[in-house]
Design a binder for this molecule. Structure first.
Ligand SMILES: [Zn+2]
Length: 238
């Protein structure tokens, strides 16, 4: 049914076009008698644009439809209007394509520059200077009073921490951990690394993943490989 209707309407369109063409030829050959004077160009332009402001009952429409001069001008204006519209459509299409390309470039550029969560490149570098820091030494047999200490501050992020060890620390491997209390049992993060440097200045660099840590007060524990006890430094995660 739809197919039939479609065919019917196309056949009707063809018939209309044929009748229009026949009529146009008659008009252009001067075989019709227009009534009244020729309307101005602005009016013909409105007709060519098929402006809704033009009423078909307007006598000027009837004149233009039967006047060879107006008809020629109308055909000219219509083809100008159509090519202008085609240019606009083409420009709009090109503009859309450019926008899509630009959006794609921006999205892929952002994608390439978004740091991967586990990418070490995203680690924040922090340096902790413990060269003059007091420590809380946890010894099982000793409940020593803590000495006044300065708190170390770290962000809740993936951090590459370089610790400048207290003077005269031993070289070798250290385990660095962030703990909730002064035991290494309850850790938020830890990493091992070898100390480098000399007696005046030794440092150890470790990667600590503190992204899941809640802001608050913790301890930074350092443990030398040959030492049973750990050194604890107050640490604040912001
Ligand atoms: Zn005319």
């Amino acid at each position: 049914m739809l197919m039939k209707l479609h065919w019917f309407s196309r056949a009707e369109d063809r018939l209309d076009a044929w009748v229009t063409r026949q009529h146009q030829e008659l008009v252009l050959d001067g075989k019709t008698a227009p009534v009244g004077p020729c309307p101005d160009d602005a009016f013909l332009e409105s007709v060519a644009r098929q402006s809704k402001q033009i009423a078909l009952s307007d006598p000027r429409v009837d004149h233009a439809a039967n006047c060879p001069v107006c008809m020629r001008r109308l055909l000219e204006l219509r083809s100008q209007h159509q090519s202008r519209r085609r240019r606009l459509v083409f420009r709009a299409a090109v503009g859309c394509c450019l926008l899509i390309v630009a959006a794609f470039v921006v999205v892929s550029w952002r994608g390439a520059n978004t740091p991967h969560p586990t990418d070490n490149m995203a680690a924040i570098s922090e340096t902790i200077d413990l060269s003059n820091a007091g420590t809380l030494r946890s010894l099982p047999s000793n409940s020593a009073q803590p000495s006044p200490l300065q708190s170390v501050l770290l962000p809740a992020a993936l951090v590459r921490v370089t610790i400048i060890l207290p003077r005269y620390s031993r070289l070798g491997q250290y385990t660095v951990a962030v703990t909730r209390d002064q035991t290494v049992n309850d850790q938020l993060a830890h990493d091992d690394a070898n100390a480098t440097g000399n007696g005046d200045r030794e440092e150890v660099s470790v990667d600590l993943d503190l992204r899941k840590s809640k802001p608050g007060f913790y301890f930074l524990a350092t443990t030398h490989e040959q030492d049973q006890a750990s050194y604890y430094y107050p640490l604040q995660i912001k």
